[in-house]
Design a protein around this ligand. Structure first.
Ligand SMILES: [Fe+2]
Length: 217
């Protein structure tokens, strides 16, 4: 079918899904990245283009709307890279969570935008309250929670709103769309255990393409 044909077979970076809607967002993101230095201001300026992508229908291939046990998030959660900057400075991906599942608490280390494409999700944000001086130890304080309906989106900003967990709050899988200024599936990030107050490095990997570093996949 036409939607699936938009996936470029064998392509692992650049436009993995090559459709006008994806190209428009990536081109606008690159334009704003080169013209706005402040992360919060850049994210704000990017919102209209991101909203346009969220509201468009039919551009996400069906094969990238499926759950699967393919990432470091566990729980049948899948992450499909749609665009990967060859220099690892930017990516766009679809994140699919099965009904009733929640990600581990994690960070991103990047500015970006996250929006809901299908379903309903519960987002919980955390703030780290320890000074990071004890290896493997981390204390988090829960901040706000919000429910995302289809079309809702929010910013990620390092040091302010970068630690969260995301859960499906719908009868079926939820699909969120992320644009972040790194190669999110392959960079080393942090995963937190609230009960045991621990933190450990992790890589979430991509469901559809390998990381260039073999240790990551
Ligand atoms: Fe996240």
């Amino acid at each position: 079918m036409a939607e699936v044909e938009s996936v470029r077979s064998g392509v692992t970076s650049g436009f993995i899904v090559d459709v006008p809607e994806v190209r428009a967002l990536i081109e606008e993101t690159k334009r704003l990245t080169s013209t706005i230095q402040n992360d919060a201001e850049r994210v704000e300026a990017l919102k209209p283009a991101f909203q346009t992508l969220l509201q468009a229908n039919g551009w996400l291939p069906n094969e990238y709307a499926q759950t699967g046990d393919t990432t470091g998030m566990g729980g049948g959660i899948a992450a499909y890279a749609l665009y990967r900057d060859p220099g690892a400075a930017l990516c766009l991906f679809a994140f699919v969570i099965p009904s009733g599942k929640t990600t581990p608490v994690h960070d991103h280390g990047s500015w970006g935008l996250v929006g809901l494409y299908r379903g309903r999700q519960l987002e919980t944000y955390y703030r780290r309250t320890d000074d990071g001086s004890v290896a493997g130890h981390a204390v988090l304080e829960q901040m706000e929670q919000q429910t995302l309906e289809q079309g809702d989106f929010y910013p990620l900003l390092p040091g302010a709103r970068d630690i969260h967990s995301v859960g499906s709050d719908a009868d079926g899988p939820t699909i969120s769309i992320h644009v972040l200024a790194n190669d999110t599936g392959c960079v080393q990030r942090r995963q937190y255990d609230l009960v045991n107050q621990t933190v450990k490095p992790f890589r979430s990997v991509w469901s559809n393409v390998p990381c260039s570093d073999p240790a990551a996949s």
